[in-house]
Design a protein around this ligand. Structure first.
Ligand code: ADP
Length: 259
């Protein structure tokens, strides 16, 4: 897929996120939980993927392993072209600072910083001088130009989530992980946020991995991938909400597939 517009720094023709035969086992003996059971997955540059599945199916564990926040028990993870195995915590932190952005259900904004300061934070943490034009552009793109000097507490939940997305856009991170980003939003506000995530992939070439329970949210993605008991059981390209809802209802009878 050709990507128009700004291409994030450090991006070349490589797979931004790749997992190969990843397993994650918590505990041992009787209490052992196989949260991920042989996941192989590649997310192409500029793609928007929705991870779906029932509660406990492994979506969060998968995202944490893909982002290097958690280490798999076996298998390999490659993030922004680099294999994570053997990296120190410092190296992982630096890789995430340079190449990864996060959007969480809980927004994760600093309450004492203004909108602009929150958006600038990843650049400051990465030791880069905040680029004013890039900050302004990201804040305008999410429709918050008139709120740039407000504190998060003066914004609605939807506006706070748009600040979190502006932060991800401004960071120009190669990979954007969004964990239930619309879980706390009404449907109208959720649509705005999902549109922004789709634009991040289409226009800025960011690779977006989103977890969601919501078939409508998944329909904004290029691909929906379904997890059951830590295995990928299905995928739908260009997912329509009805098709996703039907597939979710039938998940218990699904068999593992490789994607
Ligand atoms: P989802 O995000 O789809 O709800 P999770 O990835 O949170 O699923 O969980 C997958 C499985 O792993 C569940 O059975 C859960 O109880 C288990 N699990 C997740 N994190 C831990 C942990 N830190 N310790 C023990 N078990 C865990």
């Amino acid at each position: 897929m050709s990507v128009a517009g700004q291409v994030p720094h450090g991006t070349s023709h490589r797979t931004p996120v790749a997992l190969d035969a990843v397993t994650k086992v918590y505990g041992s003996g009787e209490g052992e939980v196989r949260a991920l059971d042989g996941i192989s997955l590649q997310l192409p540059a500029g793609s928007f993927t929705a991870m779906m599945g029932p509660s406990g199916s492994g979506k969060s564990t998968l995202m944490h392993c893909a982002a290097g926040l958690d280490a798999p028990t076996s298998g390999t993870v490659t993030l922004a072209g680099r294999p994570l195995a053997g990296m120190s915590e410092d190296q992982l932190t630096e890789l995430r600072r340079e190449h990864v952005a996060f959007v969480f259900q809980s927004y994760n904004l600093i309450p004492t910083l203004t909108v602009t300061q929150n958006v600038a934070l990843p650049m400051i943490l990465a030791g880069r001088a905040p680029d004013r034009a890039r900050l302004d552009h990201a804040i305008e793109r999410v429709g918050l130009a008139s709120r740039r000097s407000h504190l998060p507490g003066r914004l609605s939940g939807g506006q706070q989530q748009r600040v979190a997305i502006a932060r991800a856009i401004a960071s120009a991170a190669e990979v954007l992980f969004a964990d239930e980003p619309t879980g706390a939003l009404d449907s109208g506000t959720a649509a705005l946020v999902l549109d922004l995530l789709r634009q991040s992939a289409r226009e800025s070439g960011q690779t977006v991995m989103m977890t969601t329970h919501d078939p409508v949210a998944a329909s904004y993605a290029d691909t929906a991938i379904f997890l059951v008991d830590g295995r990928v059981t299905d995928r739908i390209d260009r997912p329509a909400p009805e098709a996703v809802a039907r597939r979710l209802a039938n998940l218990s009878s699904a068999r593992p597939v490789r994607v």
